[in-house]
Ligand binder design. Structure first.
Ligand SMILES: CSC[C@H]1O[C@H](OP(=O)(O)O)[C@H](O)[C@@H]1O
Ligand SMILES: Nc1ncnc2[nH]cnc12
Length: 347
């Protein structure tokens, strides 16, 4: 059986870190764009083209992959975000860890507009309308999710985020200085409507601290794909929320989130590359229940795209195509018509 490389990216400086930008964060600054790819995964195309770019960091330039969760023009509502495609595409590029950004509402008085939150737990209040697993056919898989974010990655990131906030303080009115909150619980609701007051009170009783519409199924799918995740959220609204209020704080906070990204990613890249952050590789080894011979060929091809360490069933047509190519930089388009664009210079 021909082997499938776990990483299909052959550049020396492959992007190990994927950044998912949420509301207000549709691109990063100070990026030298290496290329933009438009993969089509077995779960369809991701939310946006993926920008593979070099970012100047205190540790030197690092290559990262950036994707806009709601599309570059914010035209994908939370319930329709193609999270399976987003996660699969980042995994296929060679990403090992995802730092995701999200705008959130607060369920606690002490979490003020503009504050930054690194949550450690999730309460799922989505309504089952979002595809939330790669194991929804005949291969049954049960990922561990007691710690929904990668503990090592989260603990590594917190002091770096704190430092980034400190170095940003000169740019902000002292009374508006953002505070960092850690070990908080994010409630993920379906939306797109915001919560009723009764619901918010119930979430508070449940132990929820912040609320959004996006951290799931993203974090569940990343776990199934054996990727580490960390969520950096910033509080946008004061209840009752209006989109106008939300967008105002988003604009004010876009600069801070870009500053945080630029400040922390060099260190995160180094820690992932050196193995200081061990990652989630191997997590699914004992989670897959079904013998491969009981699973259909098409499903096995899909799972090979996502988890080549456990599945080795390339699409014969893709095999023929790739054999006929002299050199492949990214073979994410094997499933389909993905295109690559030439570098466009700075974003
Ligand atoms: C713009 S308010 C509601 C919207 O904002 C959050 O998006 P994201 O997490 O992608 O920043 C929230 O989850 C909702 O989708
Ligand atoms: N109050 C809120 N509820 C749900 N998602 C949100 N995203 C931003 N603010 C929110």
């Amino acid at each position: 059986m021909p082997s499938v490389s776990p990483s299909h990216y052959t550049m020396d400086n492959a992007p190990l870190i994927g950044v998912i930008g949420g509301s207000g964060l549709y691109k990063l600054d100070n990026l030298e764009i290496v290329k933009t790819v438009n993969p089509v995964t077995p779960w369809g195309p991701p939310s946006s083209p993926i920008t593979i770019a070099s970012l100047s960091t205190p540790e030197g330039p690092v290559t990262l992959a950036f994707l806009a969760r709601h599309g570059p023009h914010h035209n994908i509502p939370p319930s329709n975000v193609p999270s399976r495609a987003n996660i699969a595409a980042l995994k296929r590029i060679g990403v090992k860890a995802i730092v995701a950004f999200s705008a959130v509402g607060s369920l606690r008085e002490e979490i003020r507009p503009g504050d930054i939150i690194v949550p450690d737990q999730i309460i799922d209040r989505t309504k089952g309308v979002r595809p939330s697993t790669y194991f929804d056919r005949t291969m049954v898989g049960h990922a561990m999710f007691g710690e929904p974010f990668d503990v090592q990655l989260r603990e590594f990131i917190v002091p770096h985020v704190k430092e980034a906030i400190n170095t940003f303080k000169g740019h902000i009115n002292p009374s508006d200085e953002p505070r960092l909150h850690t070990k908080k619980t994010v409630v993920v609701m379906e939306g797109p409507q915001f919560s009723t007051r009764a619901e918010s009170n119930m979430y508070r009783l449940w132990g929820g601290d912040i609320i959004n519409m996006s951290a799931l199924p993203e974090a569940k799918l990343a776990r199934e794909a054996e990727l580490s995740t960390d969520y950096d959220a910033w509080r946008v609204d004061a209840a009752p929320v209006t989109v106008e209020e939300v967008m105002k704080t988003l604009r004010t906070n876009a600069e801070l989130s870009k500053h945080i990204t630029a400040s922390i990613l060099g260190a995160v890249h180094t820690a992932v590359k050196s193995g200081q952050i061990q990652g989630q590789t191997g997590q699914m080894q004992y989670s897959l229940m079904t013998p491969h011979k009981e699973v259909g060929a098409e499903e096995l091809h899909r799972l090979t795209y996502l988890l080549p360490n456990y599945f080795n069933y390339p699409d014969p047509a893709a095999e023929r195509r790739s054999r006929s190519r002299a050199r492949i930089d990214v073979d994410m388009d094997d499933y389909t018509g993905g295109e690559e664009h030439a570098p466009r210079g700075r974003q």
